[in-house]
Design a protein. Sequence first.
Length: 263
Amino acid sequence: MKRLMVALMLLGGVASAAPEASLRPVARAGVNAGSGVTLEPSGAIAPRRRDAAAVAAAGRGQGMVASLRPELRPRRFRRIAREQERLRQRGAVCGDLDIQGEVVGRVAGRQNGCGIENAVRVRTVSGVTLSQRAVMDCTTAQALKTWVDETAKPTLRRSGGGLKSLRVAAHYVCRTRNNRPGGRISEHGKGRAIDISGVRLRDGTLITVRNGWNGANTAQVMRRLHSGACGPFGTVLGPNSDRFHLDHFHFDTARYRSGPYCR
């Protein structure tokens, strides 16, 4: 009888405790009833959503401050590069940014056979300045650029800091070949030729064709400049060609069936 009473008492205690236990909050992911606190699966308290957003915003703000100076530099450099590009485009001729000058247009010759249909006046080629602005057609300007890029600059890159400028002896002029009366019109009279009498280096050194062709330290350089023009130009003449070219190189874009004529 005593055992039966004890058992009934135990059963009554369990039944009365069950509703109380079911009212306790369960520690699971989500919002705890009545507290507004988010719980992680582990039971740890997670920050509220607005707190997490604030933390993220603060992080972004710090990142913005930290990255502000590095971001300004690339923008400044890009702005400078764009401005330089605009300046180059203003002076570009022949559709090439590396050929700087101005468009001249049609040049009428004083005598039959002279003149240029679409002339340009070139002042620099691939950053190399011409001692005087030279009038020519675009085919000749492009040939000059090729020679500067592929021959002149590489040949002189270790001399005096490299090539700075070209000394121009002649460009467009309406005359006969070698100024001989009654002769054929020179390629100069058609805007297809340019004469180079020397090169100036960045340290100020001037190497002329007259003094450098047989110079002890310059003969090899002069010959490379001469031979390197054979190909970009159709005619290349120098001191070994005749008495008319002892002090300059003559380059022109005349084309021959047998190929370039180089002497």
